[in-house]
Design a protein around this ligand. Structure first.
Ligand SMILES: Cc1cc2nc3c(=O)[nH]c(=O)nc-3n(C[C@H](O)[C@H](O)[C@H](O)COP(=O)(O)OP(=O)(O)OC[C@H]3O[C@@H](n4cnc5c(N)ncnc54)[C@H](O)[C@@H]3O)c2cc1C
Length: 417
């Protein structure tokens, strides 16, 4: 096979975007992809609509979004942040819109339009894309990578970018190869863990509510009585526990809390718009109106039908009992249950269901301005293969754009000598 300036492994968003950047500097670039098409995971993003960045994310508010590791992204976001990727798409005929939670989507509402634009841009710049071309290993000599080993022989290059993704959704091609190669090259890899993933819960009632969606609720993670994190929005019950945006978003913290041990629980706030006092006053008004009706009628005015039995049980109420004689203690118990319906997390679903992989190539092993492995003079990493992950909302694709931008340009510059 030919020899190239830049060899990029993995044609997901990070690999495609790095290829566009490298080729922009006239580097002869090849993109090696194991699957039969580029960007299979990209096509699934944002439920097929591709939430490709988060408006307002900047080098200044990194910590909020990514925690302490966010500092690493400072150069990447300063060089190529959300505005830059929106402009990149806009200038090529793909304007975007900002939706709830500052999530940015292509106005056309179609992930395919993003994937196809990246493919067309790469092709215009002369990038050679080889699909059905799994890379088996990286060959190294004297502190540099010399070739990517494929079934059709070695692909030689002056600089290499590994953009093989993590281990999540392996059916889209990301099977953790980049982690294995990094370890083989003595580059530290933080053990990969599933993140943004459904949570298993112990309570049989929660499994029985499979499919039930709760909108505008609060979800809080509590460990040893301390409230650690909370979210507000939509969640969904599944046959094994809970999923949906706020549960998925809390999953990383839930995983960490379970690893640490102690008493870990989740609390659903079914009435986040009302504090306990206001909720109690509202219940009292309902009681005054419904005096001759059973407890179930009071609950029906407060809850979706599927939740009436679990809430009644948790609050120690009998649905059939008449409301006459509803005690102050019962009212207080009901308020407490509506504000903190408890669930016991027992674990997370695996990589098959995780939207992203936490962990990956250690940030300490990489130069944040070039994404080059410090120990190898021509090996760069981009995208999810790096130990960086964010919450839902377009943060994870922004990691791809920012890291791929720096890696693509740096690799092209180093290949030119
Ligand atoms: C269902 C779903 C929805 C999501 N929605 C969003 C969203 O709306 N917004 C957001 O910001 N993030 C979202 N994410 C996360 C986002 O998709 C990923 O963070 C992103 O795709 C990572 O890009 P990447 O290029 O690093 O890796 P990937 O997209 O995983 O691409 C890696 C590529 O490398 C190829 N590859 C792997 N090993 C080899 C090898 N040995 N040889 C050759 N090729 C190889 C793979 O086939 C694959 O094409 C979502 C994820 C999922 C699963």
């Amino acid at each position: 096979m030919d020899s190239f300036d830049i060899v990029i492994i993995g044609a997901g968003p990070a690999g495609l975007f790095a290829a566009c950047q490298a080729a922009r500097l006239q580097a002869r670039t090849v993109l090696l992809e194991s699957g039969d098409e580029a960007g299979r995971k990209l096509l699934l993003t944002g439920k097929g609509r591709c939430n490709f960045t988060q408006e307002g994310l900047s080098a200044q508010n990194l910590q909020e979004a990514f925690g302490p590791k966010g500092r690493f992204l400072h150069s990447g976001l300063a060089a190529f942040g959300p505005e830059a990727i929106r402009r990149f798409f806009d200038e090529r005929g793909l304007p975007s819109v900002v939706e709830r939670g500052k999530r940015v989507f292509p106005a056309r509402g179609d992930a395919r339009s993003v994937r196809d634009l990246l493919l067309s841009e790469a092709s215009k710049r002369g990038v050679r894309l080889l699909t059905r071309c799994p890379v088996r290993a990286l060959a190294a000599e004297g502190g540099a990578i010399v070739a990517a080993e494929t079934d059709s022989g070695p692909v030689r290059g002056k600089a290499f970018i590994v953009a093989t993704g993590g281990c999540s959704y392996p059916r889209t091609g990301s099977t953790g190869d980049g982690f294995r190669w990094a370890r083989d090259l003595a580059i530290d890899v933080v053990p990969p863990r599933p993140s943004i993933v459904p949570i298993r819960t112990a309570e049989p009632w929660s499994h029985g509510l499979n499919g039930q969606i709760l909108k505008n609720v609060g979800l809080t993670l509590v460990r040893n009585g301390r409230r650690l994190e909370d979210r507000f929005g939509e969640m969904q019950f599944t046959p094994f526990g809970v999923s949906g945006p706020i549960a998925m978003d809390l999953s990383r913290a839930v995983g960490t809390a379970l690893e640490k041990g102690g008493t870990v629980r989740l609390a659903i706030d079914l009435k986040p718009a009302l504090n306990a006092e206001k909720l109690e006053a509202r219940i009292q008004r309902d009681l005054d109106k419904l005096r001759r009706r059973p407890v179930g009628a009071l609950l029906a005015g407060l809850l979706p039908r599927a939740l009436i039995s679990p809430v009644a049980q948790e609050a120690g109420l009998e649905k059939e009992k008449p409301l006459q004689g509803f005690t102050r203690e019962e009212r207080k118990n009901l308020v407490a249950t509506l504000k903190e319906l408890p669930l016991t997390p027992t674990g997370l679903l695996g990589f098959d269901w995780a939207l992203v992989t936490a962990g990956g190539v250690s940030l300490k092993a990489l130069d944040p301005r070039t994404l080059r492995a410090k120990a190898w003079r021509n090996l760069h990493f981009a995208g999810e293969v790096i130990d960086l992950d964010g919450p839902t909302g377009g943060y994870n694709l922004q990691i791809c754009w920012s890291t791929a931008y720096l890696a693509g340009l740096a690799a092209a510059r180093s290949a030119r000598g």
